[in-house]
Design a protein around this ligand. Structure first.
Ligand code: ATP
Ligand code: MG
Length: 316
């Protein structure tokens, strides 16, 4: 691929998944994992697998959960030089997840007080920022006070050099009231080149309550491109020239976690390389669908060749 380099900043976690459905973790039960995880980590892994030069700034503990992530990301071609290994005893972040019968998820998180809950601008992080042409922002990173300052610093530096920004709000409306979050999100949106909401997130920053109205409002506000993720209904891209749709790939959904991040990693990785929108959307839609067929949030990250094979198999 061309030489443009992308960067993301944020949480690196392991995910441990209950193998039975039910409401939470109040009794002993079978679990599987640890799987490498964290929305920015999944995003960057998929971006690297599709062929982009991709880096992440984060922090893990000096423990096996950290090594699970470092080993996977490095093996998949991610530049992990900006991942600091905490020497202060902080553990790698973790998320325990169990699916309920209705498809919703029960979580136990250890993120805010884990190694990635506080990120410092280390010399290694400075170096990664200095060589990046693009930054991908996850709204979740802005909701953590220990991370948002670093994200905003990285954005300012990359944008000042003429770099680009993609933004996945990745937030449910309920947590929007966290202090300072709304202002930080608005500031990032102002600088966004590609906005990647999923479902109702399209309305996070609009007065309009209908999709077409919201898209028009965002474009009028100066956001050049919007990519709307629609879960099992596929995805759409909007810009000043119009609309492009990707019909869903029919799959058996094993584990929906990570679909949006794989979709985003594929789309942004290809977009940065100058891939035409229709082609980037087609492959990102396949990446999201492929992700849900695997247990574990990062397990479905796939190469371009793997995605083409996956699509061919599904078309019969
Ligand atoms: P996440 O839980 O990772 O935050 P998200 O809500 O951001 O997910 P989704 O819209 O669920 O993102 O999924 C992203 C993309 O993945 C969809 O736009 C679609 O292209 C693909 N996808 C997701 N689920 C399915 C599915 N069940 N069948 C086919 N494609 C899917
Ligand atoms: Mg999402």
């Amino acid at each position: 691929m061309a030489g443009k380099r992308l960067l993301t900043v944020g949480e690196v976690l392991v995910e441990i998944v209950a193998t039975t459905k039910g409401d939470g973790f109040r009794a002993a039960q079978p679990l599987t994992g640890p799987y490498p995880s964290g929305a920015p980590a999944i995003f960057v892994d998929q971006a690297a697998r599709i062929g982009a030069a991709a880096a992440i700034i984060s922090r893990v503990g000096d423990d096996d959960f950290g090594r699970v992530n470092l080993d996977r990301l490095a093996a998949d071609g991610v530049d992990v030089s900006g991942i600091e290994i905490a020497r202060d005893g902080a553990p790698t972040g973790s998320a325990f997840v169990r699916y309920r019968e209705d498809g919703s998820r029960a979580f136990v998180f250890n993120i805010a007080h884990s190694a990635c809950g506080t990120l410092a601008l280390t010399p290694a992080a400075e170096a990664v920022i200095a060589r990046s042409d693009h930054i991908h922002v996850m709204g979740t990173a802005l909701s953590a006070p220990g991370l948002s300052q670093l994200v905003l610093t990285a954005i300012a530096r990359i944008k000042a050099r003429g770099g680009t920004l993609s933004f996945d709000p990745n937030l449910r409306p309920e947590i929007l009231n966290a202090p300072g979050l709304r202002a930080a999100l608005e500031a990032v949106l102002e600088m966004t080149d590609v906005f990647l909401p999923s479902g109702e997130e399209i309305f996070l920053f609009t007065r309009a309550r209908d999709e077409a109205g919201a898209v028009a409002e965002l474009l009028a506000r100066g956001i050049p491109e919007i990519v709307l993720k629609r879960g099992d209904r596929g995805a759409s891209h909007f810009d000043a020239r119009g609309r492009t749709d990707a019909a869903p790939v029919t799959v058996e959904e094993i584990d929906p976690t990570g679909a949006g991040d794989c979709f985003g990693g594929a789309f942004v990785g290809l977009w940065l390389d100058g891939t035409p929108v229709g082609e980037a959307l087609r492959l990102a839609n396949a990446a999201g669908a492929h992700a849900v067929t695997k247990l574990g949030p990062m397990e479905g990250a796939a190469t371009r060749t793997e995605l083409e094979t996956f699509l061919k198999e599904r078309k019969g």
